[in-house]
Write a protein that binds this ligand. Structure first.
Ligand code: CA2
Length: 144
C-alpha cells in the first residue's frame, strides 16, 4: 500500500475564494482538497491535505513526511519566496517533491518570481489555478 501524498499549503491559502479570484480562481481550499481526493482515488493514491500559516509547523510536517508519506506536493504561498528553513527541510528528504502555485508566479511581481522551494523540487507546476494541484498529483503518480 503506497503511503499518502502529503499536500502542504502555506500562509493565507485558507482565504482562497474570498478575494482576488482573478489571480487565484474561485475555488476554496476545501474544494481543492476534495478535487485532490477525487483525482487521488482515480490514481489509487490517498492524500493528506494540510494548511498552515506557520513556517515552523510546515518544517515539522516536511520532517514528518520522511516516515509517513510517499511524496510531497507543496504550495508554500509567500514562504516559497522567503523561507530558507523550508528549503533546508525539503533538502533533507528523498521522496519526490512537486511545487505548485495557482498563479503563474513568473508573470507577477519580481519578488514572486524567485522560489527557494524550487531549488529542492523535482518539478514546478504553476499558473493553472486549482488544476495545478491535479497536474501535480499526476506528476507525483508518475514519479512513484
Ligand atoms: O499562486 C500561488 O499559489 C501563490 O503561492 C499564492 C500565495 C502567493 O503569496 C504566492 O506568491 C503565489 C498567496 C496566497 C494568498 O491567497 C489569498 C487568496 C485570497 C485572499 C487572500 C489570500
Amino acid at each position: 500500500m503506497t503511503k499518502p501524498v502529503l499536500i502542504i499549503n502555506g500562509p493565507n491559502l485558507n482565504q482562497l475564494g474570498a478575494r482576488e479570484p482573478e489571480i487565484y480562481g474561485e475555488q476554496t481550499l476545501d474544494e481543492i482538497d476534495k478535487l485532490c481526493q477525487k483525482i487521488g482515488l482515480e490514481l489509487g493514491l490517498t492524500t493528506d491535505f494540510r494548511q498552515s500559516n506557520n513556517e515552523g509547523e510546515i518544517v515539522d510536517w516536511v520532517q514528518e513526511s520522511i516516515l509517513q508519506h510517499s511524496s510531497i506536493i507543496i504550495n508554500g504561498g509567500a514562504y516559497s519566496h522567503t523561507s530558507i528553513a523550508i528549503l533546508d527541510a525539503l533538502r533533507n528528504i528523498t521522496i519526490p517533491i512537486i511545487e505548485v502555485h495557482l498563479s503563474n508566479i513568473y508573470q507577477r511581481e519580481s519578488y514572486r518570481q524567485v522560489s527557494y522551494i524550487s531549488k529542492a523540487a523535482n518539478g514546478v507546476i504553476c499558473g493553472f489555478g486549482s488544476d495545478s494541484y491535479e497536474l501535480a498529483l499526476r506528476a507525483a503518480y508518475k514519479l512513484l
